[in-house]
Design a protein around this ligand. Structure first.
Ligand code: 5AD
Length: 339
């Protein structure tokens, strides 16, 4: 049996991780909450998310905005619209803006650099989540002021990865992650939990990979089938609990990293956000994209938060955060406290 005592170091083997993932999770969640408190404290970082384009050249089997989904209503915000949303985020008090989109080639290196420079004038940390790009592009974005980058590996099972990502390369995705690290980004990765054919063994490998990469941020969420994709089908309610366990073990092994309570967790469990925040998570990414576009950025159905105005959402979120004895952090929330 794995010893679940409060400690400064958890060097779990793959077998240990598997055992934890197969446990009921109760002890694990409590311990992950303690480790979270010890290493990152009670502050919760809010990152304002802007979904600025759902146009995507990729065809990921699970994703609702995959290029073959002809029913997806596509949109692309222009630079001024993106800036307006970023300012709105700053007005809400967010210290980080996250720019996320499908892999939309309209946003060339130069276009992105202009947007990055304008947002950085607002004195916020900036995270990009725009997929696989060349080393040169990543370097240019960093030189313009981008601080962080999110690129989930999705699964470290390379065979499954290839099946789910037609015409993409697992090796290239890995290389992108190592390039981001080398360029000095705070680098976020993560995985989907509950993909068809995914095993507990491969989830354990995912966690060991986060550790090996020395990821600065790790986003973990349940797979939620989208009806207009080849993986449409029944939602497996176990995905929520397994995601929570993967997240909690990640907290134990990576200690001081930033871990979001993901929107997907909130979507499939009405108390998902709070359960995540009390089982290792310390970040929430409220959406600041406006009504119509927010609805159209449908990577999976019934995405939580789409029904609410951004203002109402923040208010209810802050209330929730305070109700569990935590507070909204007033700093930029870098992993490295020196920044
Ligand atoms: N269910 C849950 N998460 C999904 N994502 C994409 N499609 C789905 C889905 N059907 C996640 C991917 C991606 C992130 C932005 O959204 O992990 O990296």
């Amino acid at each position: 049996m794995v010893d679940l005592e409060l400690s400064n170091e958890y060097n779990f083997t793959k077998e240990d991780v598997i055992e934890l993932l197969l446990s009921d999770g109760k002890e694990l969640f409590e311990l992950a909450d303690k480790v979270r408190a010890r290493y990152v404290g009670d502050g919760i970082h809010l990152r304002g998310l802007i979904e600025f384009s759902n146009i995507c050249k990729r065809n990921c089997a699970y994703c609702g905005i995959q290029s073959s989904n002809k029913l997806a209503q596509r949109y692309r915000l222009n630079e001024d619209e993106i800036l307006e949303l970023a300012k709105k985020g700053v007005d809400f008090g967010y210290k980080t803006i996250v720019l996320q989109s499908g892999e939309d080639d309209y946003f060339s290196k130069d276009v992105m650099c202009r947007i990055i420079e304008r947002i950085k004038e607002l004195d916020v940390a900036l995270t990009l989540s725009i997929g696989e790009r060349s080393y040169e592009d990543y370097k240019a974005f960093k030189d313009c002021g981008a601080d962080r980058y999110l690129l989930r590996i999705e699964t470290t099972d390379s065979k499954l990865y290839k099946k789910l990502h037609p015409n993409m390369s697992f090796e290239n995705r890995m290389e992108c992650l190592y390039n981001l690290k080398e360029l000095g980004y705070e680098t976020g990765t993560g995985c989907l939990v509950g993909l068809p054919e995914q095993t507990v063994e491969s989830l354990a490998d995912d966690i060991l990979f986060f550790k090996k990469l020395d990821a600065d941020m790790v986003g973990i969420g349940p797979f939620i089938p989208h009806p207009e994709t080849p993986l449409a089908g029944e939602l497996n309610p176990d995905n929520f609990w397994m995601s929570l366990k993967v997240m909690a073990v990640t907290r134990l092994m990576l200690k001081d990293v930033n871990i979001p309570a993901t929107t997907a967790m909130e979507t499939i469990n009405p108390n998902g956000r709070v359960l995540a925040l009390t089982s290792g998570a310390n970040v929430v990414m409220p959406n600041i994209t406006l009504g119509e576009c927010k609805r159209k950025y449908e990577i999976y159905p019934n995405k939580s938060g789409t029904e609410k105005d951004a203002e109402d959402y923040v208010a209810s979120l802050v209330e929730k955060i305070n109700s569990i004895g935590r507070f909204v952090s007033s700093n930029k929330g870098f992993r490295s406290p020196l920044k």
